[in-house]
Design a binder for this molecule. Structure first.
Ligand code: X8Z
Ligand code: ZN
Length: 611
């Protein structure tokens, strides 16, 4: 995650700042700018400016991060206000620095330094205009939206329930009426967000324009340092879409067999409450309904974790052990002391899993309301992967601390989770017998329900936001535009007519919390690319889904070399270090799932696919 989660580490502690000019406080800066306005600044001044900016961001970032950590771990009116104040302060500083940086626009400087100047514009998820009142208003809205999501409640079976409870219903229930109750209930939480969201967009767009972007969307896309970011995402989607279409076709047919024409049509988009997940973004929980016939030889990871006495800490321990097997240092004691692993019974927390680095060095931690199940076993590796990456680039200077791009950050732990193969699970004692080759299709099906199903969702969330940010979609059209994109990309539709005041995008964490989302789409491409490279380097010749790099120090060393770069080089350089190529490529996803694709197409032979 950006900024105070994985991005906080961008604000690294700077060691000796020898040649800092007298630019320590905004006040002295102002005076200097006035005096120096007539001449082009020198390279030395540019270097000193960045050094000083990193120092200020580092100090402010630490305070900001702590305020956000406390709020996320203890959501109350007071911590909300403290978080808003810290956000306001940090935003003011960052906007000030990005504005002052403009005077160095014409200075000739090395590419590395120019990139640091550019990065000043990307530190905030939402920029504020240079106006104290509106900066404060923006910070308050942000804190409120986050808290509304974190503390949202619904009614299930006449009792108060949380998102976690509703998600369990979506995962396990098979009665459409009960599924619908949970699905609709959670969407009432976001109704009051809509007006605030619209106001937030208005203010932040002003800020983005002042920084030289067309709108917030332009700013979000700009950080990827690509000519045509949206086009690149479309290209990658084109590579994997045929696979998604085959999966969609089979899943819909099976849901139709289970629920009948009344609930699921054979030709239209799939109603969103039937796919096992609150947002229909991953479908692993409906494996039992879509699995190949005669699936006797696989295993249920959730059942195995429970039977082996796993709890959240033990799950984190498995992730730690995996990274250690590749040559990474053990997680520090403070990780175990300061992380939040389970949902507390007596206070409100932001349960959506996240990974943090508070001091841009070793104070790495996660916050996760872990459930002991297969899904969270993978999420645990995802979160620990963020922490491992953050620590790997801690030696970089403040502005170079960060993922090569957001997709890299989201792919590190996921790539490791792709190595959680039956063979590996046997090695760590979770299963007794490795299923034979006739379990390949069932194993691939489980993986596809998580990973392939996710792809169009990963893409559409920001497609919606880009339209909102550009003004193409206005508040009156927020909800309809959301469902148009859900249908277009995912072939998923709302299970019932949406109320006029519905704000369904707000029921997904990353919307009220302003976390950009295309990063996850890219991560779902990149993790397979990383996995394929790692397996080839390890000399693996079998099917990709059976390859685990557990214990491979050579692969680990190369993986670490990429991570250590942080964002100090353009992302293609980082990609090249690990994969030898400078392009993201969906062909690894296609190769990984090739046997399943063939099987799906056979199943779909007499079905009508598409929606
Ligand atoms: O938000 C996350 C992580 C934290 S960065 C748990 N993910 C996305 C989501 O939950 O929607 C991981 C996969 C997609
Ligand atoms: Zn993540």
């Amino acid at each position: 995650m950006r900024n105070m989660k994985s991005g906080l580490s961008k604000l690294a502690i700077l060691t000796a700042a020898s040649m800092v000019m007298a630019a320590c406080s905004p006040a002295t800066n102002d005076a200097r700018v006035a005096v120096q306005a007539e001449r082009t600044p020198t390279l030395a001044e540019a270097q000193a400016f960045i050094l000083d900016a990193e120092k200020q961001l580092d100090a402010e970032g630490l305070a900001y991060g702590r305020a956000l950590w406390v709020q996320a771990n203890f959501v109350t009116t007071d911590t909300n206000q403290l978080a808003a104040s810290a956000d306001e302060k940090f935003t003011l500083l960052t906007v000030d620095l990005a504005t002052k940086a403009k005077r160095f626009n014409d200075v000739e400087m090395p590419a590395e330094l120019r990139r640091k100047f550019n990065k000043l514009k990307f530190l905030l998820d939402l920029p504020a205009p240079q106006n104290k009142e509106r900066t404060a208003e923006l910070a308050t809205i942000k804190a409120n939206l986050g808290a509304t999501y974190a503390t949202g409640k619904l009614t299930l079976d006449g009792k108060e329930a949380t998102l976690g409870d509703a998600s369990d219903v979506l995962a396990r229930e098979r009665d459409p009426a009960k599924l619908l109750e949970a699905w609709n209930g959670w969407r009432e939480v976001s109704v009051p967000m809509k007006d605030q969201y619209a106001r937030m967009v208005e203010i932040a767009n002003e800020g983005a324009i002042e920084m030289g972007f067309d709108d917030i969307g332009g700013m979000w896309r700009g950080q990827y340092e690509m000519e045509d970011f949206a086009g690149e995402a479309d290209r990658l989607w084109g590579q994997v879409k045929p696979l998604y279409d085959s999966l969609h076709c089979h899943v819909r047919a099976k849901l139709n067999e289970n629920y009948g024409d009344e609930v699921v049509s054979k030709t239209e988009a799939i109603p969103a409450h039937l796919l096992g997940n609150m947002w229909a973004q991953s479908w692993g929980n409906i494996y039992d309904m879509v699995k190949p016939e005669g699936d006797a030889k696989t295993f249920d990871l959730t059942e195995r974790l429970v039977a082996n006495g796993y709890d959240a800490r033990k799950m984190a321990g498995a992730a730690d052990d995996f990274f250690q097997s590749l040559g990474f240092e053990p997680l520090p004691d403070t990780f175990w002391e300061r992380s939040l692993f389970v949902k507390p019974r007596d206070r409100e927390v932001q349960c959506h899993a996240s990974a943090w680095n508070l001091d841009a060095k070793d104070d790495i931690r996660i916050k996760m309301c872990t459930k002991v199940n297969g899904e969270d076993f993978a999420t645990m590796h995802h979160e620990v992967g963020h922490n491992i990456y953050q620590r790997a680039y801690k030696h970089q200077s403040g502005l170079d601390q960060g993922g090569a791009h957001g997709g890299f950050h989201e792919a590190i732990g996921d790539m490791i989770a792709l190595s959680i193969t039956p063979e590996y699970l046997k090695t760590i004692g979770l299963i007794d017998e490795v299923p034979s080759a006739d379990a390949d299709i069932p194993l691939l099906m489980k993986q596809a329900l998580e990973k392939v199903a996710f792809l169009p969702f990963g893409l559409m969330v920001d497609q919606w936001r880009w339209k909102v940010f550009s003004g193409e979609v206005t508040p009156a059209g927020y909800n309809d535009a959301w469902w148009q994109l859900r249908e277009k990309y995912q072939g998923v539709k709302a299970p019932n007519e949406r109320p006029a005041d519905a704000f369904d995008p707000g029921a997904k964490y990353h919307i009220p919390n302003n976390t950009s989302y295309t990063r996850y789409f890219l991560a779902h491409i990149l993790q397979f690319q990383f996995h394929q490279t790692a397996c080839e380097d390890a000399g693996w010749e079998g099917p990709l889904h059976r390859c685990s790099i557990y214990g491979n120090k050579e692969v680990g060393a190369k993986f670490k070399a990429m991570q250590e770069l942080g964002s100090s080089k353009p992302w293609p350089d980082a990609l090249e270090v690990f994969t030898g190529t400078r392009e993201m490529n969906g062909s690894s996803v296609v190769a990984y799932f090739a046997p399943l694709k063939e099987w799906l197409d056979e199943q779909n032979k007499n079905r009508s696919c598409g929606w």
